[in-house]
Design a protein around this ligand. Structure first.
Ligand code: EPZ
Length: 423
């Protein structure tokens, strides 16, 4: 578990169909707030199905820095937060991932204080944390912002009603975590409805919180009677599932993904189906077959859950590069989430970006090229496009993809892809 400069070089020989079965990894975006939640009260917990990623490693390093005892055995993580001894996260650890800001609510609830710097993470345009700060202030926190440093204090957090003007995932999580340390009831209106919020609420319930409404836009936390021990299984990663579905759609193939909840990616499956993929869903699995040239789709408009996930937008874009006709994608969540597009054009793709809309004119063939990964999902999209392109593609990646995908090369290889990761 060490940080540092990373250069991953993905060598891909494209043009092969993808076939076979794959079990989807545990969810990155469910793991991160749950790891932060482990400090809410003195707790010994065992987490199962935690994906082995640089982002989860970064969260574990933060826990160790805070004085927790942490052990990992493959996808099992053991955390003892009874030994917590500090409420400050240094800049070097904060810079490793944006969701470290989630420690703010949890530390405030446990220690009445938290000191953090402003978070790092993907470069997707402006990513303010004003909604997080407003929610914590509403609960009674006093927050000083000074030179990229945040210092939060609260002698006593008090349950209240919080109305989020936008259903921010992170702000909903921070509000829920801080509310666990507050007296009285907290009501969050305008909450994010992403499955990761429901997963966090499940974990908090296992920890002793009384929470209703997670997964809807109104969440009510009535009480918190902390437990001392628990074991919890992280649910599967819906965006990783969407990634492999888009990979098979873009390359052609027949893949079965298991260990996921297909309902969580209905919006993605809807467009893959409209593009001509045959999809059968089961309770915890799906089979996707793509035997013909895809058809263009759109407009695909990203939106908060249950809308089309912004995280899957670059991946669907990669799948549509060779589709017949003109696809349209509109991004509404992040300002700069088409950074993969100019790189994909090096493979021969035709993408025109105007403001928040991307138009993809499907080409018959893509050819290999050297690309530079811009961010986590953008980097994954480049790998997917490389798999669908003839010849060799090389993706230079300063550690973006490993933030979110466990053994991405081996998973793709198990489906028949020719891919080698050099690092
Ligand atoms: C979460 O980020 C995910 N990260 C992101 O996953 C995902 O793209 C995003 O939700 C949207 O689904 C984790 O769960 C760790 P937001 P988060 O707060 O919580 C604006 C991936 O690839 N906003 O819902 O940061 C913000 O600028 C990643 O796995 C404010 O204006 O997302 C953005 O435009 C990257 N003020 C929008 O809301 C705030 O205080 C959505 O952000 C907070 C957010």
């Amino acid at each position: 578990m060490h940080g540092g400069l990373i250069m991953d070089i993905w060598h891909i020989r494209g043009g092969r169909r993808l076939e076979g079965n794959l079990r989807v990894q545990g969810s990155k975006n469910a793991s991160l707030p749950i790891l932060a939640a482990s400090v809410l009260c003195p707790l010994r917990c065992e987490l199962l199905n935690v994906p082995r990623l640089s982002d989860t490693d970064a969260a574990l390093r933060i826990l160790e820095h805070l004085g927790c005892t942490v052990a990992r055995d493959r996808d099992r993580v053991y955390i003892d937060s009874t030994t917590l001894s500090c409420s400050a996260v240094p800049h070097s650890l904060m810079a490793e991932m944006r969701s470290s800001v989630i420690f703010m609510g949890a530390l405030l609830a446990r220690c009445g204080e938290a000191r953090l710097s402003l978070p790092g993470g993907c470069q997707l345009g402006k990513r303010p944390i004003d909604l997080h700060l407003a929610a914590l202030r509403k609960l009674g926190a006093d927050i000083e912002e000074d030179d990229n440093e945040l210092h939060c204090r609260a002698r006593r957090l008090q349950g209240t009603e919080i109305a989020l003007p936008f259903p921010s995932v992170g702000a909903t999580e921070n509000a829920l975590l801080a509310a666990c340390g507050a007296r009285g009831e907290t009501l969050i209106r305008g909450a994010a409805r992403e499955p990761e919020i429901a997963a966090l609420a499940d974990f908090l319930r296992a920890m002793g919180a009384e929470i209703r409404g997670a997964g809807s836009d109104t969440i009510r936390l009535t009480a918190f009677h902390p437990k001392r021990d628990l074991c919890f299984r992280i649910p599967s990663d819906r965006i990783a599932a969407a990634t492999f579905a888009c990979a098979a759609a873009g390359c052609g193939g027949d893949v079965t993904l298991c260990g996921l909840d297909p309902i969580q990616i209905s919006a993605v499956l809807h467009f893959l189906n409209a593009a001509g993929c045959d999809i059968i869903t089961f309770n915890h699995a799906l089979r996707l077959r793509a035997d013909r040239r895809l058809r263009a789709v759109g407009p695909v408009v990203t939106a908060p859950y249950p809308g089309f996930p912004t995280d899957a937008q670059p991946l669907l874009m990669a799948a549509l590069l060779r589709a017949e006709g003109r696809s349209l994608i509109r991004e509404t969540i992040f300002e700069q989430r088409f950074r993969q597009a100019p790189e994909l054009c090096r493979l021969g793709a035709q993408i025109r970006v105007k403001g928040q809309t991307a138009e993809i004119l499907g080409v018959r063939e893509l050819h290999g090229a050297a690309l530079h990964a811009t961010d986590l999902r953008g980097g994954a999209a480049m790998i997917l496009a490389g798999l669908a392109a003839g010849g060799e593609t090389v993706v230079l990646d300063e550690g973006h993809v490993r933030r979110g995908y466990e053994d991405f090369d081996r998973s793709l290889e198990s489906l028949g892809a020719e891919i080698i990761l050099e690092n």
